[in-house]
Design a protein around this ligand. Structure first.
Ligand code: ADP
Ligand code: MG
Length: 702
């Protein structure tokens, strides 16, 4: 029987609005709400009262410590626990927590990646409270979501630019809405993510050094069965996994994380969890917490949760779809709406998004480029590495009609005069799904499907918000004069003309066909779309593009210095991870595979000798196998030496761009050259000799 979610449990570990209303004096609560909703600065007296109430509440819920919870550039969350304790002169102690401690922390920043932003002599970093994401209790610690900056105010984290981009899109969207006579208090990006992951047995995981160190298998012969029978997707969930999912839901709900959908994914052992969408920064904090809890709770069930983008060759990898829309005081701007006026507004918003994605496709591609995600993108399982937009037949037809200046005839044979934008209300239900598109309109939101399972979605969302803000800004400037004239007809005509002109300029990004089709790559090239094969290529292209640097600076999201630091960190992370993978392969080959194969060869040869002694001759099978294994040992040994030498040389390359490119062009092929003979030998070697669990064993447990 499924356990019931009792309402008192949902959010019971969150210092949420209900708790604040109950515990804060009315004026304090009102002031804090203004800080949260209107982004006004926080007064220290208010901070003191909030801190006190937060501490009282946290202590009642068993907390002894607090932490500023932040997201440095490695993308994972960081915390440093401080006790509420303040000793007194008389030997007793008080539990105290001040407004200053709530608002600001000072962790040492020197051990986080910073891409040259912070000189080591100035190691101090500051964490600053993000009051728009609620504090919560995790493992007896009050966690306060914070941004993380350097002494000089540069963002050292993923959250700060995200919050800045949210402010930018809020400001620019409101100017466009004002042209329509709409004046919402806030326009907020909403995010709903779908998190894919694998679960395998902890005992198998512990035996795979490659999984433990790099999160993916660097070796492994193909399993007897992959996902070809298509039996796992939405299949019955195995009992152990079900127990895991139930406990996970329970813990997530206590933290106010609206986990909603869970199911098996396409690959064996692969699953997905999707929460209900929330305000972008909260959704991302919640996703990071979810990822952390998944790992922890898996261990309660003898399982290990793998969040790498490609833990296993031969079967699908894991992504994280970023469902994105804009909400104006609760009204979704990506909803076509019911009136011509709303339809026109929808077309404006849609046009801005299409233009933004086309103009900045390189940075959207690059933001999803990581060492792990390189194994997915462009494979026949995940979106292609080329950015394009899927609109579906109906919306695509409307866009075509606008560009060509013809009336639109729907599939239902309704003719629509686009001079008066009245969109058919079937749009929402008829946008069919195209799983091969990296950026798809799905009824009332866009689904960006390129992001990897292990990524912090702040990056992708910071880009989306910023590039769309830029287009809103342009749209506003194009239409503000005619809007000021007050003639609604003239405004509508000018708006339609702007839409037509902008869509025409950017229509190359729209592609409703099969993104996996071979011909698409050639077609995309004809259209002049960006097609970067790997991380260094994508990252160098996008981060060196002045148009990108400029837009992030103009909207106050990243200064050129902050931009350069992200560039550096991205290349550095990539190169370091490849070097670690190569090290791990060399270690495993030398210390695990070669000794195992030598033992096996020795036993075969002993058997052959025995045969010869007792039977007069060794069998063909014995000799053939011994030769093949011996030959494999030589090839593995040579490939190991070659990889080791190359990796050492590349790692010593001082220039980061050169190093990252050498990783992609030289180290990865050398890794593949080592993997091939090892996998070949795995298929020949006796099972009891093989030093690590096989794909067959890991993927098909009960
Ligand atoms: P799928 O069929 O792709 O799994 P779902 O309908 O399950 O699609 O939705 C996937 C995610 O999209 C969920 O997290 C959901 O909350 C989110 N979502 C739905 N509507 C919106 C919206 N307007 N803005 C952002 N995310 C949304
Ligand atoms: Mg989806």
């Amino acid at each position: 029987m499924p356990k019931k979610v009792s309402s008192h449990k949902y959010g019971s570990l969150v210092f949420n609005d209900a708790v604040m209303q109950e515990r804060l004096p009315k004026p304090t609560y009102k002031e804090l709400k203004r800080v949260i909703d209107d982004n006004v600065p926080l007064d220290i007296d208010v901070a003191n009262e909030v801190a006190h109430a937060m501490k009282e509440w946290a202590v009642e819920h068993g907390a002894t410590h607090y932490t500023h919870w932040f997201q440095p550039l490695n993308g994972i969350t960081s915390e440093k626990h401080d006790a509420f304790l303040t000793p007194k002169a008389d030997g007793t102690a008080l539990l105290a927590f001040s407004g200053k401690e709530l608002v600001q922390g000072e962790p040492d920043a020197s051990s986080f990646p910073n891409g040259g932003l912070r000189a080591t002599f100035e190691a101090r970093g500051y964490t600053a409270w993000d009051p728009t994401s609620p504090a919560f209790i995790k493992d007896e610690v009050l966690c306060i979501p914070t941004a993380f900056c350097s002494y000089t105010g540069e963002a050292l984290d993923k959250k700060t630019p995200l919050l800045r981009s949210m402010a930018a899109v809020d400001k620019q969207a409101k100017r466009v809405l004002a042209l329509f006579g709409k004046h919402p208090r806030r326009v907020v990006p909403s995010v709903g993510n779908e998190q894919e992951y694998f679960l395998i047995k902890e005992e198998d995981y512990a035996k795979r050094m490659d999984l433990v160190i790099t999160g993916r298998t660097l070796f492994g012969a193909a399993p007897a069965k992959g996902q070809e029978l298509e039996e796992h997707y939405f299949g019955a969930i195995r009992p152990t996994v079900n127990e895991f999912m139930k406990e996970l839901d329970d813990e997530l709900w206590k933290l106010g994380i609206p986990a909603k959908t869970k199911h098996n994914e396409v690959a064996p052992c692969q699953h997905e969890l999707a929460p209900i969408f929330e305000k972008a920064n909260v959704a991302i904090d919640h996703n990071l917490l979810t990822m952390e809890l998944m790992k922890l709770i898996a261990s309660h069930h003898g399982l290990t949760c793998l969040q790498h983008e490609k833990p296993f060759e031969y079967i699908n990898g894991s992504g994280k779809h970023d469902n994105w829309s804009l909400s104006a005081d609760g009204e979704n701007l990506l909803d076509p709406g019911d009136t011509p006026e709303e339809n026109l507004r929808f077309l404006i918003v849609l046009t801005c998004i299409i233009a933004a994605v086309d103009r900045h496709q390189d940075i959207l591609r690059a933001i999803c480029a990581t060492c792990g995600n390189d194994h997915r993108l462009g494979g026949h399982e995940a979106p292609p590495a080329i950015i394009s937009i899927f609109l579906g037949d109906d919306l695509g037809g409307i866009v075509d009609a606008i560009i060509n200046g013809k009336p639109y005839q729907s599939h239902q044979r309704e003719t629509m005069d686009l001079g008066v934008p009245a969109l058919p209300d079937f749009l929402k239900d008829t946008t069919d799904r195209n799983r091969t598109s990296p950026f798809a309109f799905t009824g009332n939101k866009f689904e960006f499907r390129m992001c990897g399972s292990n990524q912090n979605l702040s990056d992708a969302n910071k880009v989306l918000d910023t590039i769309v803000a830029e287009m809103f800004d342009e749209c506003y400037h194009a239409l503000k004069d005619v809007a000021a004239g007050g003639d609604r007809h003239a405004f509508k005509d000018a708006a339609m003309a702007w839409i037509k002109q902008t869509l025409t300029a950017h229509q190359r990004i729209i592609f409703n066909g099969d993104g996996y089709a071979f011909e698409w790559e050639a077609e995309a090239e004809r259209r002049g779309l960006v097609n970067c094969k790997n991380t260094p290529e994508a990252v160098c292209r996008a981060y060196e593009n002045p148009a990108n640097v400029e837009v992030f600076e103009r909207y106050g999201v990243l200064s050129p210095t902050e931009w350069a630091s992200r560039y550096e960190v991205k290349l550095e992370q990539y190169a370091k991870l490849i070097n670690i993978e190569a090290n791990t392969m060399v270690y495993m080959a030398r210390h695990m595979y070669l000794p195992a194969l030598m033992r096996y060869a020795r036993d075969i040869m002993r058997t052959a000798l025995n045969s010869k002694e007792l039977l007069g001759e060794a069998s063909n099978a014995e000799l053939k196998l011994a030769r093949r294994i011996n030959d494999g040992i030589s090839r593995i040994s040579d490939a190991t030496d070659a990889l080791e030498e190359l990796n050492a040389r590349v790692r010593a390359t001082a220039d980061m761009k050169e190093r990252a490119n050498a990783c992609a062009d030289e180290v990865i092929p050398a890794m593949e050259a080592l993997r091939a003979p090892v996998d070949e030998m795995e298929a020949l070697c006796g099972r009891d000799y093989w030093p690590v669990p096989s794909y067959n064993k890991m993927l098909y447990y009960v």
